[in-house]
Design a protein around this ligand. Structure first.
Ligand code: GDP
Ligand code: IMO
Ligand code: MG
Length: 428
């Protein structure tokens, strides 16, 4: 029997999901994305060579593995083809190994224009989106006017529908946001060309996943963004526009929930966040600067500086609960190597009250002052360590304490960005 493993982020994204998916792919026959779009930036480093994936599952660099983009993903044909060209340039073959669900909704140029126009219009209240058109594309899906990958099979029927949608969105763009209209002919001529290349990749991904199950294959479901960016369970409205949590795996790929065996929650040894929104443990001092610097905390998609802070156990516990996380993977332990003291938040003080749960309202989260516990740092080099025995005692104590507070085992620890910088705590 194969094992179906979900690998997702427990924080605000960029936890190192891509690296962990890549590391575990040799044990699987397929890797599936189930939500989000090219707002994601998943970094893989193999023998020092960096590959950043946005839409393509992080299993693509393993030649024998199938990669699927499930129906829950919003796909920009332009971004997809650009990423495929770049992979092809690296000698990665994809034609027989990548399949895109016919039910995926497409991100088209008016979604990007709307996303960016809205952010400009919000001014100081901007969410800090990636500007990739993610929100508007999901809106069209839910409004039942979206264009899906399968619509590319019949361009003659698509053309008048698409023209009507462009006209509809141009009203908001020109009259409400006072921005330039999108030229339908430009959208159409681009899409006609893109369709020729995308069509051979379109398939019934749900049916393919049923086959994998029948064959006894193991499948990895790769989350994008992080649990606290979930549209329902995150710090709304400072969230992305999809469900990023484990419940989205079934809806976004068509694999029933009872078929999922493990949920691996990826967590940094500290926290980061890109874009606006509350972040109780954010640091504005030299420790925050050290984390940003050592952790190279710049966005893999937009290049923006990531905000940095201490690990937040209260937020982590929420993520564990909403995803039924069965194992934790701690990444970027090495980033803490120089610190004399390691802090982690074990409670909040919010408007005079002590809280042990993350509040639902973003305003309440913003009002939370962290209550910290701390442990001594190890002040020595853990970079690249692969054996549990070699870890400094203080680092072991930190991991043990996180495990104790989270009540979920930390099964793996990442000690550097490269594929080989991984320590398995189960194999002693
Ligand atoms: P993802 O979006 O969750 O896949 O994460 P990103 O790729 O956006 O960000 C994680 C960053 O941390 C990337 O630059 C990785 O190369 C890097 N990284 C991952 N694990 C480790 C680690 O254990 N140590 C260090 N120093 N860097 C890591
Ligand atoms: P990965 O998969 C970190 C954030 C944006 C913004 C909010 C909404 O690499 O972890 P959107 O463009 O999705 O409408 O932006 O979500 N965001 C991410 N932050 N990592 C990501 O992906 C993100 N994808 C979106 O910064 O705050
Ligand atoms: Mg990322």
């Amino acid at each position: 029997m194969g094992i179906n493993t979900v690998i997702l982020g427990t924080q605000w994204g960029d936890e190192g999901k891509g690296k962990i998916v890549d590391c575990l792919t040799p044990e699987a026959q397929a890797v599936v994305r189930f939500q989000g779009g090219h707002n994601a930036g998943h970094t893989l480093i193999i023998d020092g060579k960096k590959t950043v994936l946005h839409l393509i599952p992080s299993g693509i660099l393993h030649a024998a593995v199938m990669c699927y983009i499930g129906n829950g993903v919003v796909v920009s044909p332009g971004a997809l083809l650009k990423e495929l060209d770049s992979l092809e340039g690296q000698g990665v073959a994809y034609a027989d190994r990548l399949r895109i669900s016919a039910a995926c909704h497409l991100i088209l140029p008016y979604h990007v224009a709307l996303d960016q126009a809205r952010e400009r219009h919000r001014g100081k209240e901007a969410i800090g989106t990636t500007g990739r058109g993610i929100g508007p594309a999901y809106e069209d899906k839910v409004a039942r006017r979206g264009i899906r990958a399968l619509d590319l099979c019949d361009l003659a029927s698509l053309k008048p529908r698409l023209e009507a949608i462009v006209t509809y969105h141009n009203v908001a763009l020109t009259q409400y946001y006072q921005e330039e209209a999108i030229d339908f002919n430009m959208v159409w001529s681009e899409l006609e060309v893109q369709a020729k290349r995308v069509l051979p990749l379109i398939a019934d991904v749900t049916a393919a996943l049923v086959k994998h199950r029948e064959q006894g294959d193991s499948v990895i479901f790769e989350g994008a963004q992080g649990s606290l960016l979930d549209i329902d369970l995150g710090t709304y409205p400072f969230v992305t526009s999809s469900n990023t949590t484990a419940g989205a795996v079934s809806a976004g790929s068509g694999v029933g929930p009872l078929y999922l065996d493990e949920v691996m929650g990826v967590m940094k040894a500290y926290c980061t966040r890109v874009g606006a929104g509350p972040f109780p443990t954010e640091l504005f001092d030299e420790v925050g600067a050290e984390l940003a610097d050592r952790g190279k905390e710049f966005g893999a998609t937009t290049g923006r500086a990531r905000r940095c802070g201490w690990l937040d156990i209260i937020a982590l516990r929420r993520a564990i609960a909403i995803n039924s996380v069965s194992q934790l993977v701690m990444t970027k332990l090495d980033v803490l190597d120089n610190l004399a003291e390691i802090k982690f938040c074990v409670g909040y003080e919010c408007r005079g009250e002590q809280l042990s749960d993350l509040p639902i309202s973003a305003a309440d989260v913003a009002a939370c002052k962290p209550i910290y516990e701390s442990l001594p740092g190890w002040k020595s080099d853990t970079y690249g360590m692969t054996e549990l025995d070699t870890l400094p005692e203080e680092a072991k104590a930190f991991i043990n304490r996180v495990e104790e507070l989270a009540q979920v085992p930390v099964t793996m620890v990442s000690t550097g960005p490269d594929r080989v910088h991984l320590l398995n705590r189960l194999s002693k």
